[in-house]
Design a binder for this molecule. Sequence first.
Ligand code: 6PG
Length: 246
Amino acid sequence: MNRQRARLIVLDNADDIATMAAHLIVSLSVDAIKQRGHFAIALSGGSTPRKLHALLANDPFRSAIAWDKILVFWGDERFVPSDHPDSNERMARETLLCHVPIPDENIFAVGTHTPTASQAAAAYAKVLESTLGDACQFDLVLLGLGEDGPPASLFPGQCADFSADARLVKDVVNSPKPPPTRITLTFEMLNRSRNIAFLVSGAQKNRALSGVFERESTVNEFPAKGVQPVAGELFWLIDRPAYSGR
Ligand code: 6PG
């Protein structure tokens, strides 16, 4: 873990994580829009982002963000239809995107209508390359931490050759967390980001968190260890139960 670049922020609870993340998004988006005219963010799946989405969908945060200059992507997606209960896109639309004035053309969902997840991954990589400019990097990637350590859909035991994978997006066919087939950004794409923020809440995350920060552990054991931005900032927004395990 490139500790000197990781900023560990321990907060009291999940609500405080969401508030801190909302302020971070407002601040980073203002800077990005001033410098480059837009703010490209990759949303996370799972349940943790729901509190953050609810904050962003309401004032004061809703009116502090220039939604017409926000480009929304996903860090991973389940290989299910976009109206499926397990869809990360569906969760984000229901909890955030349907409540803010973001133009439809600014929302870049992972197309899961292709015959295979591999085709979906290849198509999404092309979307990233054609939308994010020459550097092909996000301004911010939001990540959760699974109980056994995955960021996005990069799971333990499936990251042995992570540094050799030059792909930006890949398919996962044997996810231990259902549903089994997914599309995920790779470490190559994640680590290009200007900023990455992990949102980690709850005592059930303590083992994974301890494993990530354990000097002797490996990326294949705790894949979040492989999230090390090449030149960007890494924020760990963690609540006390996740940090202390109680
Ligand atoms: C997914 C998520 C996944 C999630 C973590 C944490 O599609 O399943 O992207 O990586 O972020 O598993 O999930 P919770 O926030 O539900 O704990």
